[in-house]
Design a protein around this ligand. Structure first.
Ligand SMILES: Cc1ncc(COP(=O)(O)O)c(C=O)c1O
Length: 424
């Protein structure tokens, strides 16, 4: 039935995606010496026996390589249709590993709207290493990209995120990759594919050199692992990434790798349900008198709806909206959606980006982008859709009422949070 949800919306799934997710990375038949366990074993050992100095059986030390991580990385490469994959201890650790290839004096072009931590990394960490970042609106301003590439010959990397977090803008990966390669084929095009997962988008097939994910989100899908990964077809780049795992050391634990591998087995199934629920929530909110504007690429009102249909194989559960009621009071009044940062788990989450995930983006950049205090981001989970819609309705009604002191403290809690310095 859920296969149809995707087909009815005009999308064709990648061929064999459910079989790939179910079996990728591990084949019990190949592990006779371990009695052929049906699921991959967890290899907790930090070190491995060598029959003579330097002569080991594939692994020597777990930071450099581990059998459980190896199974996971093979599965990730398979799902993304890539030759290689490398897992890191978080999504930001992947960004760090990729940027560490650059040198002082190099530059990066990054989409103007990206996850707040990605923005913060470029503005503070890589700038400390002498690497400059130009923030450009890559969703609508391709001439701006060309101008930037012409005026700064030190650009070595272009960083795309599509759909963007939290404004749900789309970047035309093929158009950006072609524009970049026309100027210099050695400039690396990186695409953050976290919001769609390899089930709904494969940026390597669209011209990107590298795909990265915060696996903390859809790939693991159970809100219990922080991890990142990076896929490429370039042997040279993969060599750098595995060298970086060993030498910079931001690698995930075997137990987390095992959990993430277990999570990705059900990724296609979950993504179809996220898509159905996300679209239903987006349409419902668009019809609400308490909502000013809904941002979801599956809505005809989205300015890049046609690009979504061309570039994507589906939609995730991410929905953003500008409310006509107090956003903090709304998210505080939700009962089924949990008021929390992060996204992509089986459960529905809600947040106010200006105070939470994007609090670290400078206020003037937030204002320019439109990340206002009336703006909310929802990660729609796998619950029954009627329950989700009822929860949204009751929270909108509650937030629409003037504060009378009978809101259980939601408004004052919200005010306190607005002044808090927290944020992912
Ligand atoms: C789109 C996107 N990319 C990267 C990251 C960073 O990933 P992590 O939190 O796993 O370091 C996040 C985190 O929210 C994200 O939303």
């Amino acid at each position: 039935m859920s296969q149809n949800i995707q087909k009815d919306s005009g999308f064709e799934p990648f061929k064999g995606i459910d079989t790939l997710a179910t079996h990728a990375g591990y084949n019990p038949r190949e592990h006779e010496s371990l009695s052929c366990p049906a699921i991959p074993p967890i290899s907790l050992s930090t070190t491995f026996y060598q029959k003579a100095p330097g002569e080991h059986f594939g692994f020597d030390y777990s930071r450099a390589g581990n059998p459980t991580r190896d199974f996971l990385e093979k599965a990730l490469a398979t799902l993304e249709g890539a030759r290689f994959a490398a897992a890191f201890s978080s999504g930001l650790a992947v960004q760090s590993a990729l940027v560490q290839q650059l040198k002082s004096g190099d530059s990066v072009i990054c989409n103007d709207d990206v996850y707040g931590g990605t923005n913060r990394y470029f503005r503070t960490i890589s700038s400390n290493a002498g690497i400059k970042t130009h923030f450009v609106n890559l969703a609508t301003d391709l001439p701006g990209l060309a101008k930037c590439l012409q005026s700064d010959s030190a650009v070595r990397m272009v960083w795309i995120e599509t759909p963007t977090n939290p404004l749900m803008k789309l970047i035309d990966v093929r158009a950006v990759s072609e524009a970049v390669k026309k100027v210099n084929k050695d400039i690396l095009v990186v695409c953050d594919n976290t919001f769609l997962s390899p089930v709904f988008q494969r940026p390597l097939e669209l011209g990107a050199d590298v795909v990265m994910h915060s696996m903390t989100k859809y790939i693991n899908g159970h809100s219990d692992v922080v991890m990142g990964c990076c896929m490429t077809n370039s042997a040279q780049l993969h060599e750098w990434l595995t060298y970086n795992q060993k030498s910079a050391g931001a690698t995930p634990s075997p137990f987390d790798c095992w959990l993430a591998h277990r999570g990705l087995r059900t990724l296609p199934l979950r993504m179809r349900q996220h898509m159905a629920n996300g679209l239903a929530v987006a349409r419902h909110l668009e019809a609400s008198r308490h909502v000013d504007r809904v941002l979801h690429p599956g809505l005809e009102s989205h300015p890049q709806h046609q690009l979504a249909k061309r570039q994507q194989r589906g939609y995730s559960g991410m929905v953003s909206a500008y409310l006509r009621v107090d956003a903090s009071a709304f998210v505080s009044a939700l009962r089924l959606f949990t008021l929390a940062e992060s996204l992509g788990g089986f459960e529905s989450l809600a947040e106010v980006p200006s105070i939470m995930t994007h609090a670290s983006v400078p206020p003037d950049q937030r204002a320019e982008l439109g990340i206002t205090d009336s703006f909310v981001r929802l990660s729609v989970g796998l619950e029954d859709i009627d329950d989700l819609l009822a929860d949204l309705d009751q929270a909108l009604e509650k937030a629409a009422k003037p504060a009378t002191g009978d809101d259980g403290g939601a408004a004052s809690d919200a005010k306190r949070r607005r002044t808090s310095k927290n944020g992912q």
